[in-house]
Design a binder for this molecule. Structure first.
Ligand code: PLP
Length: 366
């Protein structure tokens, strides 16, 4: 399987070029408003002194790093602001694979395709551990796959695409495994605000010099285009992360960081709660309508993706194109996420038309 270039953009382009009205459920772009304080912060910034339009500190605006450190209860030193969770993941994987502690990367199947693409790009060897039908990862299976060649274990909870949220016990075991084989755990927590059952445990709950936590404001503040994320890095790796970030990006966008800082300080918890509630309702409406399509589906505990499979209709790119052209619904092929969900499709519930999409699917498979 070619994991070099994730297929999201290919599907989006196909859907954009389609003749009819297509409901886009491909990308993970939130369709709801960012907090008002974020817009205010940007406007305020635009009227500011030109000095503020120059390079910020490479590791990120001090105020933003302080805010993150306080919220995550870590030392300021450990916080590096990155261009989204994507860069944070890349830095962590690059460090894991260049420190001379093995070249194997343990990933789940299904996998968020960027981890697989990066493993190839960085000359790592991917080893896949299949999750169960509910998307849960069995730490014993990870332990079995791990060896002295393991450089990294890369996980994501709440998970894209399965919607699984890993238990605290699983997180603890994963840390234990990487410590035992001198590897790094990369815990991508970009969907931490979208946890419907209150089960989510950050890997920060387990103190360890072997875990890197990555996150971003892309989803939680509905700003995937701002490119503001962060890594929380063990102290011994801070310098290496900073150097790699500086040599790759110089720094991250200053107005975007400022606006995020304003939003963090002034947005009440209610903002996140309302979005969670709206998504919870969307998930119910979408999956109820999928029942009518005779589909099997996942009910996410977290994130905002539903995987579905339809009788005698596998999750290939060709069938994705058929659904776009003939049903007017664009999703991702399950085959893009690995070997284990090739019969499935993934639908991102970031459209107010989610229920209508499921009704279209029901009509198509009728
Ligand atoms: C699991 C996961 N990690 C990282 C990202 C990318 O986050 P960012 O846009 O902050 O780089 C995404 C985006 O969909 C994601 O699903």
């Amino acid at each position: 399987m070619d994991y070099e270039r994730p297929q999201f953009f290919r599907v989006m382009q196909y859907a954009d070029a389609a003749a009819g009205d297509v409901i886009d459920m491909v990308s993970g772009n939130p369709d709801w408003e960012p907090p008002g304080a974020l817009r205010d912060g940007l406007v305020e910034y635009a009227d500011g002194d030109p000095e503020q339009f120059q390079y910020p500190a490479s590791e990120g605006l001090l105020e933003l790093r302080e805010e993150i450190a306080a919220r995550r209860n870590v030392a300021l030193e450990q916080v590096l602001v990155t261009n989204g969770a994507g860069e944070a993941n890349h830095l962590a994987m690059a460090e894991g694979l260049t420190r001379g502690a093995g070249d194997e990367v343990i990933l789940t199947d299904p996998v968020y395709p960027y981890y697989a693409g990066r493993t190839n790009l960085l000359d790592g060897q991917a080893r896949y551990v299949a999750v169960d039908d509910d998307g849960q990862l069995d730490p014993d299976a990870v332990r079995e796959a791990a060896s002295e060649d393991t450089a990294l274990v890369v996980v994501n909870s709440p998970n894209n695409p399965t919607g699984a949220v890993y238990s605290e016990a699983t997180v603890r075991e994963l840390v234990d495994i990487v410590e035992a084989c001198d590897a790094l755990l990369v815990s991508d927590e970009v969907y931490d605000h979208f946890d419907y059952g209150g089960e989510f445990t950050s890997a920060l709950a387990v103190d360890s010099a072997h875990r890197v936590v990555t996150n971003a404001f892309s989803k939680s503040l509905a700003i995937t285009g701002f490119r503001v994320g962060y890594a929380i890095v063990p102290e011994w790796l801070v310098d290496r992360f900073r150097t790699r970030h500086m040599l790759t990006n110089v720094t991250s966008s200053r107005p975007a960081q400022y606006a995020v800082w304003q939003a963090l300080r002034e947005t009440p918890p209610d903002y996140y709660g309302r979005n969670r509630e709206m998504l919870r309702e969307r998930i119910v409406a979408f999956t109820d309508a999928l029942d009518a399509a005779g589909a099997e589906y996942t009910t996410p505990q977290g994130s905002f993706y539903v995987m579905a499979r339809f009788p005698d209709f596998s999750g290939t790119m060709a069938n994705v194109e058929r659904l776009i052209d003939e049903a007017g619904v664009a999703g991702m092929p399950g085959a893009a996420f690995g070997e284990s969900r090739t019969d499935w499709f993934r639908f991102a519930l970031v459209t107010p038309r989610a229920e209508e999409a499921a009704e279209r699917l029901a009509g198509y498979f009728d």
